[in-house]
Design a protein around this ligand. Structure first.
Ligand SMILES: [Zn+2]
Length: 225
């Protein structure tokens, strides 16, 4: 097949013309949001699964299930960086349509420095880098910072979780003016489970810039069944 680059599918390792072969694409069970703007907050199965959140615009690719979950865990825990490109491509092909009002910048959910030093990369930033290449929307990973290593959330009550997250984010003073120049951004988090962390970052940014439109972009939502 001249002109078509053949590689191994990242999921099944069979020869494929794309990063994910057509057979694995069919197994992905992508979300089918009802509206033209692809907003998943209009899907009861998704909005009900999230804890009380304040954001109103949410784009994501699929439920957190195999095989897409395998791509995410490979990226996050095994440094399989090519997965970031495949996941970004899925997001763009599935969620972004021509004529859609796109954000001026994509901001990845930051990792705390301790986790960054241990992992050496931020998986959300790796996906955002490719989202930026596919869309030409700039990616700014130095605006929103994670200031505190939050305690593990698992054994905390809902109110303790809120307190734990409240001080988790900050913004570099030199980035304040830059943030206030934007009217519309996307905040990207690779996986959303309860939505609490994403919402804390959303509220933090809204507190600084109340008029800012913030769309939440994600790869997977963990659906409650
Ligand atoms: Zn495959």
């Amino acid at each position: 097949m001249r002109g078509v680059k053949i590689q191994d599918c990242l999921i099944c390792r069979q020869s494929s013309s794309g990063l994910i072969c057509s057979y694995c694409q069919q197994d992905l069970l992508l979300f089918t949001p009802p509206g033209a703007d692809k907003n998943l907050m209009f899907c009861p199965i998704i909005s009900k699964g999230l804890k009380k959140v304040d954001f109103t615009q949410l784009l994501a690719v699929a439920d957190y299930q195999w095989p897409i979950s395998g791509l995410l865990t490979g990226l996050k825990f095994s440094a399989k960086l090519p997965h970031a490109k495949a996941l970004a491509q899925l997001f763009v092909e599935h969620n972004l349509k021509s004529g859609m009002k796109l954000p001026q910048v994509i901001i990845p959910m930051p990792l705390h420095n301790n986790r960054y030093l241990w992992r050496k990369y931020n998986q959300s930033y790796e996906i955002c880098r490719h989202l930026s290449l596919f869309t030409t929307i700039p990616c700014e990973h130095k605006i929103l910072l994670r200031t505190q290593a939050t305690k593990p959330q698992t054994n905390l009550s809902a109110s303790q979780r809120t307190i734990n997250l409240r001080k988790a984010f900050s913004i570099a003073p030199c980035s304040l003016a830059q943030l206030r120049q934007y009217q519309h951004i996307a905040l990207f988090d690779d996986v959303i489970t309860t939505g609490a962390t994403t919402n804390a970052a959303y509220l933090y940014l809204k507190k600084i810039h109340p008029q800012l439109r913030i769309d939440i972009w994600s790869i997977c939502i963990t659906l409650k069944t």
